[in-house]
Design a protein around this ligand. Structure first.
Ligand SMILES: Nc1ncnc2c1ncn2[C@@H]1O[C@H](COP(=O)(O)OP(=O)(O)OP(=O)(O)O)[C@@H](O)[C@H]1O
Ligand code: SF4
Ligand SMILES: [Mg+2]
Length: 374
């Protein structure tokens, strides 16, 4: 975690939506609906800050990350990066801006060309953005890069498949760093790694942030991962942020029923606390993002759902009385849930209408090469 010193955000995401058309028919030319992958997200990330984004699979985390990096075009809203709306950039302007925001992927092998040595991978990134300064300077820079990510200089001559998972992620991080970015979007950066290696890679990200003044958006489905690295955390559910708070406040005082359910599923090491801790089991499947429930998107699974406001009116993120500074919740009844006036009740599972099942979902647009500036 970092000391956040300035208040002007590096990243300012306002009301962003990403809706993917669902096509059907032999030649896929008929739009039969939309996947509301991201649907009205507003968040800011300060310079030097780490913002953690968590939520179940399919809630739109990666799509939001991709929209921020302009790997998919937002359907609505604005994404200001250092004051410039990235959605308006084209051609050379966009390419130049891309140097400043980089991505670290879950599976580093998918983003690293197996035929290229580490040296060639890094040099390619530097050259793509005009950062190559001649053989001697480049050589020094390459050595510095691998050492910065905790690899020996000899790693430069080797190929990605020769390394372990954790080492490959270090190369993926060096690949992002070689263009001297300001923002790194790390999408599930440690999910594919053994637990012991996860901590090493997270510690490395923390050290690099302190040394280089980096800003991070860390995406993970695992609350434990974001907790340890984030200054602030946003919890996503079906395309929207339902709760946002400084990391500690979110864990000490979760207020949205969905966050409470997520946290209640995380075991506590202390056996006494473990016996006493609140457990909220969510019934019913996550509804399809192609047919999100009306009103509060969580109402089909919420043990505190109230007639009829929860079904009719989508709650906005707002500050709840008595909560920590910067703690915002999208729930109409957050105060009454917090005070215990409202008690949880049984939830009947609701069948969801899955438009996606019969539709064709195209490949993710925005290739790895595009973001790496190849
Ligand atoms: N190019 C696309 N076309 C159509 N639908 C898409 C596209 N990309 C993503 N989706 C859909 O958008 C929704 C959100 O996907 P996304 O990958 O952003 O979720 P996620 O939160 O990152 O999930 P995970 O934790 O599994 O990585 C999913 O229903 C997904 O199938
Ligand atoms: S608005 Fe209603 S359904 Fe949504 S989280 Fe709050 S109580 Fe539950
Ligand atoms: Mg994802």
């Amino acid at each position: 975690m970092s000391d956040v010193t300035t208040t002007e955000p590096l990243l300012d995401v306002r009301d962003v939506a990403v809706h993917f058309p669902i096509k059907r028919g032999l030649v896929l030319d008929r739009t039969v609906g939309h996947v509301y992958a991201v649907d009205g997200v507003t968040l800011t990330v300060a310079r030097g800050e780490t913002y953690g984004l968590v939520g179940e699979s399919g809630c739109g985390k990666s799509t939001l990350g991709r929209a921020i990096l302009r790997l998919v075009d937002p359907t609505a809203g604005s994404i200001l990066f250092d004051g410039t709306d990235v959605a308006t950039l084209r051609g050379e302007e966009l390419r130049r801006m891309r140097r400043r925001f980089q991505m670290v992927f879950q599976d580093p092998l998918s983003s690293l060309d197996p035929r290229q040595s580490v040296e060639s991978l890094l040099l390619e990134g530097m050259k793509a953005h005009g950062l190559s300064k001649g053989p001697e300077a480049d050589d020094a820079r390459l050595r510095e890069l691998v050492q910065q990510v905790g690899l020996p200089v000899s790693a430069l001559r080797r190929y990605p498949h020769e390394f372990s998972g954790g080492q490959r992620q270090r190369i993926g991080i060096a690949r992002a760093l070689c263009v001297e970015p300001d923002l790194i979007v790390a999408d599930e950066p440690v999910s594919a790694l053994d637990v012991s290696v996860q901590a090493q890679v997270l510690n490395l990200l923390g050290r690099l942030q302190r040394e280089l003044g980096l800003t991070y958006l860390v995406i993970a489905h695992d609350l434990a991962v974001v907790r340890h690295v984030s200054d602030r955390i946003g919890v996503m559910y079906l395309g929207g942020i339902v709760e946002e708070a400084p990391s500690q406040a979110l864990y000490d005082d979760p207020q949205h029923p969905y966050t409470r359910a997520l946290l209640s599923a995380v075991p506590v090491p202390d056996p006494e606390l473990e016996d006493r801790r609140e457990r909220i089991l969510l019934t019913g499947d996550l509804p399809s993002p192609a047919a999100p429930p009306a009103g509060c998107r969580f109402h089909t699974r919420c043990p505190w759902r109230q007639p009829t406001r929860c079904d009719d009116e989508r709650p906005q993120l707002r500050v709840v009385d008595g909560a920590a500074e910067g703690h915002r919740v999208a729930c109409h009844f957050a105060e009454d849930i917090r005070s215990g006036v409202l008690q949880p009740h049984r939830v009947e599972a609701v069948a969801t209408d899955d438009v996606l099942a019969a539709a064709s979902v195209p490949e993710l647009p925005g290739s790895v090469n595009e973001i790496l500036g190849r």
